[in-house]
Write a protein that binds this ligand. Structure first.
Ligand SMILES: *Cc1c(COP(=O)(O)O)cnc(C)c1O
Length: 226
């Protein structure tokens, strides 16, 4: 077995255990293997180990890898979304995690319509309202969600977040739990389905799963340090 196959098996095991501990089905969490900065040969090890869901954050780098790898891979765009690159992002990726403003959501909807597709998207929430970070603050989101829910070429998956750097596990837990509560509140208040939470990375995915994550984005714990 390659190192990567071993790491993948270990991560899948830890996901299963976390689900079990929270009384959840292990199929309720999707593992996105974040392959940014790693070459095609490395990604192929994960593919050969049966993995089919990968995440990339830079369009140009991703386009070249996607062209070289099998077409049954589901690619997730996890980087910052530049509106002038949306047409290309939508052509190469099945899911976009970082829709971070109303205008980006509207542009995605328009281009998806032109391409004749319905785009699977996550809204990125700046849950701690950090100045330095993109994404909807809870306040922005509350003001935009009704409009976003009307965009018929978007398939709204749910919320994505990258919490502030944690000094302890409890910090991450706090922000994951805030995000889930906010999601529950928006669902109820607006009657909008937000089935998924894209939270949890190499260092905190078990905490994220215990707080309701349905999509974990894991890079270094599978592929090594970047
Ligand atoms: C790089 C990245 C990840 C993966 O981070 P690791 O700590 O390597 O698991 C997850 N999400 C986003 C948005 C990233 O940019």
């Amino acid at each position: 077995m390659s190192d990567i196959a071993t790491h993948l098996a270990a991560i899948r095991d830890r996901i299963r255990t976390s689900c079990l501990n929270s009384g959840r089905e292990s199929e309720s969490v999707l593992l996105v293997a974040v392959s940014k900065t790693f070459p095609v040969e490395t990604i192929r090890h994960a593919y050969d180990a049966g993995h089919r869901v990968f995440g990339e954050s830079r369009l140009q780098e991703a386009e070249s890898k996607i062209a070289q790898l099998p077409s049954d891979i589901q690619w997730h765009f996890i980087g910052r979304v530049q509106r002038n690159k949306l047409r290309k992002i939508l052509s190469s990726f099945e899911v976009i995690h970082g829709i971070d403003s109303l205008i980006t959501a509207e542009t995605t909807d328009r281009i998806a319509a032109e391409l004749g597709i319905v785009a699977k998207i996550f809204l990125q929430i700046n849950i701690a309202a950090e100045e330095s970070k993109g994404g909807f603050t809870p306040r922005d989101l509350s003001m935009s969600i009704t409009r976003i829910a009307e965009l018929s070429h978007l398939d709204l998956q749910g919320f994505m977040a990258i919490p502030p750097p944690a000094k302890s596990r409890d910090d991450a837990r706090h922000w994951f739990s805030e995000l889930r509560n906010f999601r529950d509140f928006i669902q109820e208040q607006h009657g909008i389905r937000l089935a998924n939470l894209s939270i949890g990375m190499s260092d905190d995915f078990e905490t994220a799963i215990s707080e309701g994550s349905t999509v974990v984005r894991i890079g270094s714990a599978i592929f090594g340090n970047r």
